[in-house]
Design a protein around this ligand. Structure first.
Ligand SMILES: Nc1nc2c(c(=O)[nH]1)N[C@H]1C(S)=C(S)[C@@H](COP(=O)(O)OP(=O)(O)OC[C@H]3O[C@@H](n4cnc5c(=O)[nH]c(N)nc54)[C@H](O)[C@@H]3O)O[C@H]1N2
Ligand SMILES: Nc1nc2c(c(=O)[nH]1)N[C@H]1C(S)=C(S)[C@@H](COP(=O)(O)OP(=O)(O)OC[C@H]3O[C@@H](n4cnc5c(=O)[nH]c(N)nc54)[C@H](O)[C@@H]3O)O[C@H]1N2
Ligand SMILES: [Mo]
Length: 762
């Protein structure tokens, strides 16, 4: 008999069809107009080739607390009791000897969609029960952009609302910088129901709206929309946006009334645009020289922006770069100058389509989550400064205008994230990784990070336990019922932490006497009461669990910042001046050369216009992969079907390939001073010449070769730049990266999913 069990993952809700304890089918949610292909890979979560069967300890660490053999030593299987005693013992020893700041449990990563077994959250709650830990702030998704947007709009103004609907109904001109694509919109942290981005865009198009896509890649918006493609040089959007703004100002068509009432610092910015300070007028010709776009088209677009209802969509990708604050700030400034903020279908938005929920769902009350508890200590780093922290204990770093010292980390505990996928310059991270005394990794799989741990704790996947979905932008909440029994000896993330809490004497504080179903009910009730406090209704928990889903009441549809526009004195923003900052006194005082007080074009260290492009002539973009979520399900059937010649596919323009004597299916070697990796060549006219796209997430597999380390799966983070986006944010700068490409003549093996030596299979 086939059982039908409701569940949900980051890329959609589904029903699992189960027979005899095995998944025999996956049905997408019937309410989803365009389900994600990734659902097909769900059964591959149970793939024994990648799973960790039981706890393991690295031999060198077990024998002599060695730090040098990480990633190379044998792994020794141990019992859960032994493993948990060792981990609890290390937490206790290190915090007593060096203080809680010495434990990094920032543990960035997406893990699975469930709110209870959310690996980062259960870890953080445990650590807060025992005196705290070093945390991370911001995300790899948004670092530079989030920091500048909170600063210039205030934390509330940066909030996103239901803009896709407003856009579909009202926008006449849509300027997309980056992507607005189902490729990335298929995922939302904590799950989602419907995939509807393409439908909204089709409505806009059917109303006669004009869509301009500014991106090095044509298929960053559904190609059937027939959008105009402006194939920009990567990392130069700031110049385009400021050139457009300069054209509008030079023509005297800027919205003087809006600038005066609702912004501060317009005179300083307008002075820069007109070239008062540097003698360079920021206009269409200037922007064309930097971006590689057409000056006439830029000038015409600027005129149109003051007569048509114009919406500017800026992807997350733009700010994952050196000076990543600038394109987000410049886009906002342009929208202010064009007078488009706070009107239906006008304005600017960050991350539409980057993840599935932005601009689609805006819950009335906060959606429930597993509570971290109060963090008793202050220690933190901007998330992407992990290698800097490990390499420079006590060294200074700056964040949001303040100066801090990196903590001296003795222990790292990572649960539900994969830094040896997500961090930049993995060779450098590998060197930093040798610093801590003890590294614990809790994961479902033998990820590259788990392979480099001292103690490895195997977690169950989402399919092997009960949970509920949810997230900041949830439109629905789904019951995530257990689908199959746990794999080998794997335990749920909550249960692992409960075991540690018990050994550390804080079990009651950690569980508050709730078990798995007790917490699921509690988290659901929190969502329900937050909605009720604002007049929204949700079903009782029993009904939710029986039906398997509940709609989350949503805020009414209003243009963002409309009240502020109407009366800025009555509805001030929580920024320095209560208005939108076009000039920041804080940044003026900081005097950072890499984050000036007004939006400004600054050359990144690596771009196609840089001197470094002579030696490394391709701009490498490491976009999100179509067929997986980061490194998750790289072993899955969907990701595997998209590989080229057995490795990650490298997208490049056919003219570039021809010049390099490369054709489809050849193996390419990508290199720069930081590293080298292999990829399978796939040519397409949809990529601008001079740009190479190698998606992130292929499992990191470096091998030794005569010319040094060589990554064979196509993990682009051996090449990317590990520097702060700026002194203001410390954000990650993955998209600022030049490489050389040539035909690979060697005979390196194809990548494979392997267990470390000694690790037990099921
Ligand atoms: N070059 C470059 N690098 C990038 C990016 C880029 O654009 N370019 N993008 C960045 C961005 S935006 C992000 S968000 C990061 C993503 O980086 P991560 O979030 O670290 O990537 P994931 O592969 O999702 O890692 C999740 C890990 O959790 C494990 N896991 C899954 N389910 C469970 C579970 O139930 N319990 C436990 N304990 N573990 C589980 C998975 O096996 C996996 O190892 O990557 C960043 N890195
Ligand atoms: N399938 C899938 N979807 C995902 C994820 C995944 O791993 N897989 N990850 C999710 C996560 S955590 C995040 S944060 C989001 C990230 O969402 P985004 O940051 O928006 O995604 P990216 O794929 O990094 O970049 C989108 C596009 O931006 C373009 N681009 C890059 N640099 C530039 C530039 O300088 N200028 C311009 N104009 N365009 C540029 C590239 O062509 C790229 O295709 O995606 C989410 N969605
Ligand atoms: Mo992200």
């Amino acid at each position: 008999m086939i059982e039908r069990i409701p569940h949900c993952c980051h890329w959609g809700a589904f029903t699992a069809l189960v027979e005899g304890g095995r998944i025999v089918g996956i049905e997408p949610h019937p309410g989803d107009p365009a389900p994600s292909n990734l659902l097909q890979s769900i059964p591959d979560l149970m793939d024994p080739a990648v799973r960790i069967a039981r706890p393991h300890v690295r031999e060198g660490w077990l024998r002599s607390r060695d730090r040098t053999g990480r990633g190379r030593d044998r792994m020794i299987p141990v019992s859960w009791d032994e493993a948990l005693d060792l981990v609890a013992g290390e937490i206790d020893r290190i915090r007593k000897a060096h203080g809680n700041d010495a434990i990094f449990a920032g543990s960035y990563g997406w893990t699975s969609a469930g709110r209870l077994h959310h690996a980062q959250s259960v870890l953080k709650r445990l650590m807060n029960c025992v005196g705290g830990y070093t945390a991370h702030v911001d995300t790899y998704s948004v670092g530079a952009g989030a920091v500048i947007a909170r600063h210039v709009l205030g934390p509330d103004g940066y909030g996103q609302s239901n803009m896709m609907e407003m856009m579909a109904e009202n926008t006449e001109l849509l300027l997309v910088c980056g992507a607005l694509s189902p490729r990335t919109a298929q995922s939302e942290t904590g799950g989602m129901r419907g995939h509807s981005h393409a439908l909204y865009l089709e409505r806009l198009k059917a109303r006669g709206g004009r869509i301009v896509l500014v991106s090095p890649r044509r298929d960053d918006i559904p190609v059937n929309l027939g959008a105009e493609w402006w194939a920009i040089r990567p990392n130069t959007d700031t110049a385009l946006l400021l050139g457009l703004a300069g054209e509008i100002v030079a023509a005297g068509r800027h919205d003087h009334d809006f600038l005066t009432r609702c912004t501060s610092g317009a005179p300083e910015l307008l002075g820069y645009l007109s070239g008062n300070a540097d003698g360079v007028a920021k206009n269409a010709a200037w922007a064309a020289g930097i971006t590689g776009l057409d000056a006439g088209a830029i000038a015409a677009l600027a005129r149109e922006m003051t007569t048509k209802r114009t919406f500017i969509s800026l992807s997350f990708a733009l700010q994952r770069a050196v000076h990543g604050e600038q394109p987000w700030w410049a886009g906002l400034a342009l929208s202010c100058i064009a007078g488009q903020i706070g009107v239906a279908g006008g304005g600017v938005s960050y991350g539409l389509g980057s993840v599935g929920g932005v601009g689609i769902s805006d819950p009335l009350g906060a959606v429930g989550s597993f509570p971290h508890g109060r963090k008793p200590n202050a220690a933190f780093i901007p998330v992407a400064r992990i290698a800097d922290m490990l390499l420079n204990p006590g060294g200074p770093f700056t964040y949001e205008g303040g100066t801090y010292a990196y903590p001296d980390i003795r222990m790292v505990y990572w649960a539900g994230g994969n830094p040896f996928h997500h961090h930049q310059d993995l060779g450098r991270l590998d060197r930093a990784w040798a610093k801590p005394e003890t590294i614990v990794v809790q994961d479902i799989n033998w990820s590259a990070t788990a392979k480099r741990a001292d103690i490895v704790l195997p977690a169950t996947t989402t399919l092997e336990r009960n949970d509920l979905s949810g997230g900041r932008r949830a439109d629905w909440i789904f019951a995530m019922k257990q689908v199959v029994p746990p794999y080998a000896e794997a335990r749920s993330d909550f249960e692992i932490m409960r075991g540690l809490a018990s050994r550390l004497g804080v079990e009651e504080a950690f569980t508050e006497h709730r078990d798995e179903m007790g917490w699921i009910r509690h988290i659901y009730e929190e969502t329900r009461s937050n909605a009720a406090a604002k007049g929204g209704e949700m079903p009782a928990f029993e009904d939710f669990w029986a039906v398997g889903q509940a709609a989350v009441p949503q805020k009414p549809l209003t243009p963002p910042l409309a009240q502020f526009r109407g009366d800025p004195a009555a509805h001030p923003l929580k920024s320095e001046t209560g208005k939108i900052l076009l000039y920041s006194k804080t940044l003026e005082a900081c005097a950072y050369a890499d984050c000036p007080p007004h939006p400004k074009w600054l050359e990144p260290p690596e771009w196609l216009g840089a001197p470094a492009a002579k030696a490394h002539p391709f701009h490498l973009l490491t976009a999100q992969a179509e067929g997986r979520l980061h490194s998750q399900l790289d072993n899955g059937r969907v990701a595997q079907a998209l590989k080229q010649a057995g490795r990650e596919a490298l997208l490049m323009n056919p003219d570039d390939a021809k010049r390099l004597n490369l054709k489809d299916g050849d193996t390419a070697l990508l290199s720069n001073a930081r590293g080298r990796c292999l990829a399978g060549v796939r040519t397409t006219d949809d990529v601008r010449p001079g740009v190479a796209i190698l998606p992130t997430g292929a499992w990191y597999q470096p091998i030794e070769s005569a010319d040094g380390p060589l990554e064979i799966a196509g993990n682009p983070n051996v090449l990317t730049l590990d520097v702060p986006a700026s002194s203001f944010s410390g954000g990650c700068a993955a998209h600022t990266c030049l490489v050389s490409i040539r035909r690979y003549e060697g005979n390196a093996p194809l990548p494979a999913f392997t267990r470390p030596e000694g690790a037990e299979a099921q």
